[in-house]
Design a binder for this molecule. Sequence first.
Ligand SMILES: [Zn+2]
Length: 185
Amino acid sequence: MKVVLTVPHAKESSNLKQDEKYHLHDKKAKIFAEFLYKNFKNYTECFLLVGYVNRSQCDLNRITCYSTFRNQLNTILTTNNLKKNILLDIHSFPSKENQDYEIYFIITKYDFKSIYFANKLLANLNNKNIKTGILEGKNSVNYIIHKGYEYNYISILIEIRENLSRERIKYISEIIFYFIYKMST
Ligand SMILES: [Zn+2]
């Protein structure tokens, strides 16, 4: 199994107020992805791809943003094997939005394999009292999970709430890790 973790909105801009107002930067996404990466890399092939441009310059999760990030992603996805592979595109959302959830998933509408996976993972997290949801994607295409879908990966976008403590984020990352680990063995 290959695990690909992406954090497209990791870069702060020089204008923090603007970051805040338009949510240009996912404040907690990188630490969440790093917790996952630390666990996965000990047992399987795992890649962590972190964005280096602010969303105001170029949104790495949109098809119109040409970048080396995209080339790197394509290279990682194409060197494929026949095993079950997973792409987790990691984001974070401001605490004032979606108060009902600590974490939620977005999936490509017609990607039934990933929808099945997301529902199983959701049940697993809810069982452990982690408030989890699945939301429909917005009108614009989420480039990264769509690429994963094209390459036959299980591909989900994960949003984590930004006011969760570091311990809570670590705990949630461990539940997700064990779920995928068990699924692959
Ligand atoms: Zn984001």
